[in-house]
Design a protein around this ligand. Structure first.
Ligand code: FAD
Length: 309
């Protein structure tokens, strides 16, 4: 495409601006996007789409992409949970009414060995502050705090950028003055992938009912690998909570890698549940009296989940 054609596509197809872009490490960023239209109504935990044209530049050292001749004029869109830095620059609880953007927490997928070549994140990571992009006008999703009552224990268990919706839901609970315990655990490969660590440390100092549990699986020098499943099965989570897990007064939110979540296959006619291998958190919890949501029957349990792929 010529420079004029690209400028024309951008003008017609984009409806938002990247107003803030912070690389936490070369593969992880916080991006704030200001729509040209009024910020859509939404609940913490929900998601919308971001999009960029295939004509946009890809960041370096990513899997090569081969485009068909008709692809060049298309826009690639993906879903992103809305994130939240929880505290503002003055260290107070963030006030959405003071802002006109939505925050996203995004990891660069450099390559995908067993599926399509990553299309959007190599382009998002080539963005500069002030660049234009497409933002979905509708924020949607079932992954919200709706079922949570004020005194409930709330466990957020995420992998990588799966902590994005949990940060926004944490903000909402703190804002509401939630009286139950809140535990936010995030499992990443390296400590440098804990993009909001300082915020969580500040929150723990301020809110006695809030605990952040960072877990790493590949950090050099770390004495052990801990996955979310291990945290529950070993009893460490209960130790941190100071009490046994009580399904009657606990809601668990699982977000990120589908292997961590482990959604079972349920055969309604046969009345059977088949859990995937390796063992995911849903199996660990259901064996301890919890029940995961079932989308097909609209059943709402006390384990809620959002798979990122
Ligand atoms: C409801 C929903 C909300 C999402 N929210 C976020 C979010 O807040 N932040 C975010 O970074 N991603 C999020 N994702 C994933 C996102 O939609 C894209 O799939 C991802 O950014 C990669 O886009 P891509 O086009 O570069 O590669 P794609 O072609 O979309 O994905 C290629 C492969 O990358 C891997 N992958 C995808 N997402 C991730 C991830 N987050 N971490 C590690 N590996 C991944 C998977 O193996 C996937 O098959 C969400 C997905 C869904 C369905």
């Amino acid at each position: 495409m010529t420079a004029e054609e690209i400028a024309d596509h951008r003008k017609r197809r984009y409806n938002a601006t990247a107003v803030y872009l912070r690389l936490l490490n070369p593969d992880l960023m916080v991006l704030r996007v200001k729509p040209d239209f009024p910020r859509p109504a939404h609940a913490p935990g929900q998601y919308c789409t971001l999009g960029l044209g295939y004509w946009e530049r890809r960041t370096e050292a990513c899997q090569a992409e081969v485009l068909g001749s008709s692809d060049e004029t298309k826009v690639v869109r993906r879903a992103y949970s809305i994130s939240c830095s929880v505290l503002n620059d003055a260290g107070e609880l963030f006030r959405p009414e003071d802002t006109d953007w939505l925050e996203f927490y995004i990891v660069l997928v450099r390559e995908n060995a067993d599926g399509r070549v990553p299309a959007l994140t190599p382009r998002l990571f080539a963005l500069q502050q002030g660049d234009r992009l497409q933002l979905g006008e509708r924020v949607t999703g079932h992954y919200t705090l709706d079922p949570v009552k004020p005194g409930d224990t709330v466990l957020f268990l995420g992998t990588g950028t799966g902590e994005a919706p949990h940060n926004y839901m944490t903000w909402e609970l703190l804002r509401r003055g939630h009286t139950g315990k809140i535990v936010n655990a995030c499992c990443v490969r390296y400590a440098r992938d804990l993009g909001y660590l300082h915020t969580h440390e500040a929150l723990m100092k301020r809110y006695p009912n809030y605990t952040y549990l960072p877990l790493t699986t590949r950090e050099p020098g770390a004495t052990r690998k801990v996955y979310i499943q291990d945290l529950i099965a070993s009893g460490e989570l209960e130790e941190r909570l100071g009490s046994a897990l009580d399904p009657a007064a606990t809601h668990v939110f699982l977000c990120g890698n589908p292997k961590m979540i482990g959604v079972p296959v349920r055969d309604r006619d046969a009345g059977t549940t088949t859990y995937p291998q390796p063992v995911g958190v849903i199996e660990v919890l259901e064996r301890r009296g919890f029940n995961a949501d079932i989308a097909a029957t609209k059943f709402k349990g006390n384990v809620h989940f959002e798979e990122y792929w």
